[in-house]
Design a protein. Structure first.
Length: 292
């Protein structure tokens, strides 16, 4: 652990005034990071959301998470490691204010109609191959998916519900929703292959297939998943900033960041924060690193 990280760890893990002062310093800096991230994600906020109110909530949640997780710090610089908790809190706060009352509506209705629209069959030539693919997918959804996988598939892929919103609806973690989505896609791809619609669902799709099918069923081997990606994203960002090759060293995280829009959003926010002077180690305010 470098001296700056040690200073923070000793301060936050201490008692009395020392711990209080360290927590107050970190709270201020997490608040600044939360404000910047909410500003970056302004287009995702609902009209009634007030970033000024959300930032203190996100910073407070992040501070609690940092203190609770001090024993599991990564080798990334302490400020970058701490900032990833802000990204997670901002995502949760935005999700709480999205899709109010609309999640179940997006996950309900006639999914086969939604599927046909998602695959653009209204404008596609209704070839026998396209009709066969759609019939195979219908059977796959009805027979091969669990109830939760079916709801996640319909809500996320057909209804456009962000996985963080659905996680709140289910009282679940983002990682569990993503796992259900990944498994649903894999099972449906397997169904297509079993029904003779391509031996390898990951290969380029024939032109006769409905447009949008590749995106709908895209699964990539070696996906780290949301939980591992959260654990490693600060190391990934630090490596990227210092000229490393995180795409090689953390290949499974790279695959996931391409596949999961929610984790990709958090990564982009952390990268933006880490490039700011107060996180990058270049021109850093001394209070942020806990130095004198």
């Amino acid at each position: 652990m470098d001296s700056h990280a040690r200073t923070w760890a000793d301060g936050l893990g201490g008692v009395g005034q020392q711990a209080g002062e360290a927590a107050a310093r970190l709270q201020d800096l997490l608040l600044e990071t939360a404000r910047a991230e909410l500003d970056r994600r302004q287009d995702r906020l609902s009209a009634e959301a007030e970033p000024g109110a959300l930032a203190p909530e996100a910073a407070a949640g992040a501070l609690a998470a940092v203190i609770a997780d001090l024993g599991a710090r990564s080798t990334a610089p302490f400020p970058v490691w701490a900032a990833k908790f802000v990204m997670a809190e901002v995502s949760a706060k935005i999700a709480q204010r999205q899709w109010r009352g609309g999640v179940l509506a997006a996950a309900g209705g006639e999914w086969a109609t939604q599927l046909a629209a998602r695959l653009d069959l209204t404008t596609n030539a209704a070839t026998a191959r396209a009709a066969g693919v759609l019939a195979s997918l219908r059977l796959g959804v009805e027979q091969d998916l669990t109830e939760q996988q079916r709801m996640v598939f319909q809500a996320v892929l057909l209804g456009g519900v962000p996985i963080d919103v659905l996680a709140l609806e289910f009282g679940s973690a983002r990682s569990a929703i993503y796992k259900s989505l990944f498994e649903a896609r894999r099972r449906l791809a397997d169904r297509l292959a079993a029904d003779g619609h391509g031996p390898d669902p990951l290969s380029p799709l024939p032109s006769a297939w409905p447009s949008g099918l590749a995106d709908l069923l895209a699964v990539t081997p070696g996906d780290a998943g949301c939980e591992v990606t959260f654990q490693e994203v600060d190391t990934y960002v630090s490596s990227e900033l210092t000229g490393g090759d995180p795409g090689r060293d953390l290949a499974a995280v790279r695959v996931h960041l391409v596949s999961c829009m929610a984790c990709q959003q958090d990564y982009q926010g952390l990268l933006a924060a880490a490039r700011a002077s107060r996180l990058s180690g270049v021109g850093v305010h001394p209070d942020f690193l806990g130095s004198s």
